[in-house]
Design a protein around this ligand. Sequence first.
Ligand code: SAM
Length: 324
Amino acid sequence: LYTFISFTCELGVFDLLLQSQKPMSAVEVAQKLGTSEDGIERLLDVLVAIEIVDVEVVQGTAFYSSTDVANLYLAKTSPKSLHDLIIYNSQTIYPLWNNLVDAVREGKNQNEKTFGLPSEEIFSAIYRSEEEMLKFMGLMNSTWVIDGHDIVTAFDLSSFKTVIDLGGCSGALARELAKEYPSSTVTVLDLPAVVQTAQRHFAQQDDTICFQEGDFFEGEIPPADLYILARIIHDWKEDKNLKLLKKIHTACHPGGGVLIAEALLFENRRGPTMVQMFSLNMLVQTEGKEHPPSHYTRLLTDAGFRDVQVCRTGKSYDAILALK
Ligand code: SAM
């Protein structure tokens, strides 16, 4: 079903139905999208059956119109659109999952088999072209447009006046933080090409955040009160994560902290199923995995942080705050 929705997104069906001022027949949709009439009619009828598109029959002709849920989540132009996430899953994640058998056998990502790229350079594979970088950034962006508020309000962060989102990508979570805490200065630090793409494609008028090019493994980490690590730890092996957290601890102002946003497994690893599936996804694409809270507590403590607090948000990602 998910793959079917993604093909429908690729064809531009939801965008067309949203833009149309009136319900459209299959013939009109086919003309506008340059498809066959028969093919689009069959596809529209499935969308009606799963209640994503509405239909009204007038004098024997079916007229199709979009539903609120399709307009909100599936049309490209909606501020809450999942369009990029859906396209990314179908074009990048599914080809990787086709090699899940080998990933499980070998215990490593399948970038080499799927895309012909070295398995150790995970972001060279993810950013293998400008188009792929934009798609990945769109995917990252859409999560925080929907669930970012839950992360930035999981704890009271108002005392942290300078905040750096390390690997902050398009800046979506940083913008949520800046909106919630307008007296804080929020900077996104990411790889140079990512920062340049973020500024070209995701910058907003009167943007509330700044961008800085950098490399959190190889370069300096600028001083700040709070560092955000959202979906970073789950990308990497334990030794790299510990090294990164120790670097952050050194750069962090006294009394400052680190906020981690990740999907948390239950302590006994028996769920949530979605997080277990995320962890398999990390296996096929990265060198990391998903963890239960105790893993993060130990990692943070080993890096020198204290007072680790965990907040399960009930949404797709959870939050962990630790202090220096
Ligand atoms: N934090 C963002 C979010 O949750 O939407 C993005 C998470 S994404 C899984 C990992 C991010 O880390 C990407 O934006 C990537 O460009 C960035 N990244 C990877 N290696 C990096 C490095 N060495 N220095 C800085 N950023 C890096």
